[in-house]
Design a protein around this ligand. Sequence first.
Ligand code: IPE
Ligand code: IPE
Ligand code: MG
Length: 246
Amino acid sequence: MDYKSLIIPEKLPQHVAIIMDGNGRWAKQHSKPRVFGHRNGVKAVRETTEAAAELGIKYLTLYAFSTENWNRPQLEVNALLHLLVETLSKEIHTLMENNIRLTAIGDLAALPDHTRRALLEGIEKTKANTRMTLVLALNYSGRWDIVQAARNIARSVQEGKLDPDQIDEKHFQEYLATREIPDPEFMIRTSGEQRTSNFLCYQLAYAELYFTTVLWPDFRKEHLYQAIVAYQQRERRFGMISEQLA
Ligand code: IPE
Ligand code: IPE
Ligand code: MG
């Protein structure tokens, strides 16, 4: 099936967020250690990023490492962070060629120095690119995001810069890690798990959710096209009734 030709350009989501899941199970299927799955997930990252930019999607957020992922065996955590640095330095030129800007959300201060440095270098080098923004969610969790926003709002109030009565949704959003990024209209999770695992809890409030059993290392452009087609077939009502939308 050629899903790409079914995509309606005028109805593209502006922001797609993806929970890249299933690397460990993919490795198991190939009788290899889990890290082998993570390594093979890089190709899916490249394909998805390219496909999204080619389609004209403006923001792509990839959940790369959650706050909870620190609880994995130390060896796997180290391997994941190492792979991230390696991939960032290898792929910067691909981002440059494709005019893609890199950015990151999460508690970056708590990342190991070399990881944070590689990340900041990539962000700096690509900052003038305009075709698409690739957002890496790193040491990210949705609850962390809400809590850090609350903390900074409290600080602004304490310093007399903000009146509590002024705080509305628009204002609150300015304190989230995604302050410069529109909310995702569409979220994809691979591997068959049907949960959001502490991803963008506030920002996904009205997103369409899409679950596929494809394991992340097997995810290719065609899978993204298929997901977008499914998204475009949904009716987003935002509390209204069908007739009002026409
Ligand atoms: C996703 O794959 C990668 C990260 C969470 C970093 P997993 O490693 O969670 O793979 P499964 O879910 O164990 O198969
Ligand atoms: C979510 O996947 C985090 C990332 C993809 C980075 P997990 O595999 O860590 O989530 P759970 O543990 O299945 O909920
Ligand atoms: Mg998983």
